[in-house]
Design a protein around this ligand. Structure first.
Ligand SMILES: Nc1ccn([C@@H]2O[C@H](COP(=O)(O)OP(=O)(O)OP(=O)(O)O)[C@@H](O)[C@H]2O)c(=O)n1
Ligand SMILES: C[C@](O)(CO)[C@H](O)COP(=O)(O)O
Length: 231
C-alpha cells in the first residue's frame, strides 16, 4: 500500500537551544534529519517525500540529500511560521495521492512496522495516528494548584506519523486555513470536521528530539538498536 510522506523540517529548535536547526545535530554520527529520511527512503511503499524547509537552509539540505543518497524527495517547499503552515505548504504542492503521512522530521526512530500499520488503517478508516499510553499520572494545573487529576486510562501521548486519505487532510488543512485555526497536530484539523480519527499504538522509542536530554535518549536508543542488530 503506497503512500507519500510530508516531513516538516523548517523549525527553529528553540527548546533545543543549539543555535541552529536541531535536525542538523548529529546522532550516532549522522544528522537527525538523515536518520528520519532513511526510514522512508528505504520503505518500498513510500513513493515520495516532501520536505518543508527554511529557504536559507534549502541548499545545505540538498547537499545532505546528495551525500546520503536520498532520492525520493519530490519537493522542498518553504516552511511557514508554524508547523501546521509548513505541512500545508507541502500539501498544496502535492499531486493527488491516496494516502499521505505527516511525520515530524524530529522523530528519527519511527519504524516500518508502525508506518505500514498506519497506512493500512488509513486506507480503511481515513485518519489514523500514532500514540502511546500515558505512563505518568496527569493533572490539570491552574496557577500552580492542582485542579483535576485526569483519568490516565483514557490518556494517550500523541506522536507522528499521522496518516490520512489525502483528500481528507487537504480539506481539513484548507478549512483550518480559511478560519485561521491553528492546531498542534494534523488530527486536530480532521477532528474539527467531525471525522473520526483512530489510533495505532506506537513505541516509546518514537521520541521527538526536542530538548538536549532527548539527544541523550536518542544516542541510547541507537546503541540499543545496534546491539539488537538494527531496527
Ligand atoms: N514552523 C515550523 C515549526 C516546526 N517544524 C517542524 O515540525 C517538527 C516538530 O516541531 P518541533 O519539535 O516543535 O520543532 P521546532 O519548532 O524546531 O522546535 P521548537 O518548538 O523548540 O522551536 C520538527 O521537525 C520541525 O522542524 C516546521 O517544519 N515548521
Ligand atoms: C505533532 C506532534 O508531534 C504530536 O505530538 C506535536 O504536537 C508537535 O509539537 P511541536 O511543538 O510542534 O513539536
Amino acid at each position: 500500500m503506497d503512500y507519500e510522506v510530508v516531513l516538516p523540517a523548517a523549525g527553529s529548535g528553540k527548546r533545543m537551544g543549539a543555535g541552529q536547526n536541531k535536525l542538523f545535530l548529529s546522532l550516532g554520527g549522522k544528522p537527525i534529519l538523515i536518520h528520519t529520511l532513511e526510514v522512508f527512503q528505504s520503505d518500498e511503499n513510500c513513493t515520495g517525500i516532501w520536505l518543508a524547509v527554511k529557504d536559507e537552509e534549502r541548499q545545505y539540505i540538498q547537499q545532505l540529500l546528495e551525500k546520503y543518497g536520498i532520492t525520493k524527495v519530490k519537493g522542498l517547499p518553504n516552511g511557514g511560521e508554524e508547523r501546521q503552515h509548513s505541512v500545508y505548504a507541502c500539501i498544496k504542492e502535492m499531486q493527488q495521492v491516496d494516502i499521505v503521512l505527516v511525520h515530524d522530521a524530529a522523530r528519527p526512530f519511527i519504524t516500518k512496522p508502525i508506518i505500514s500499520r498506519l497506512v493500512k488503517e488509513a486506507y480503511e478508516k481515513g485518519a489514523v495516528i500514532a500514540g502511546v499510553k500515558a505512563k505518568d499520572t496527569m493533572k490539570k494545573v491552574n496557577d500552580g494548584v492542582i485542579v483535576e487529576t485526569v483519568d490516565r486510562e483514557s490518556l494517550w501521548m500523541i506522536q507522528t506519523p499521522q496518516a490520512f486519505r489525502f483528500d481528507l487532510l487537504k480539506q481539513a488543512e484548507e478549512a483550518a486555513e480559511e478560519v485561521g485555526f491553528l492546531g498542534t497536530d494534523e488530527a486536530m484539523l480532521v477532528e474539527r470536521l467531525n471525522h473520526q480519527v483512530y489510533i495505532v499504538e506506537s513505541t516509546y522509542e518514537n521520541v521527538k528530539i526536542t530538548t538536549k536530554e532527548d539527544l541523550v535518549f536518542g544516542e541510547a536508543i541507537l546503541k540499543h538498536r545496534n546491539e539488537l542488530g538494527g531496527q
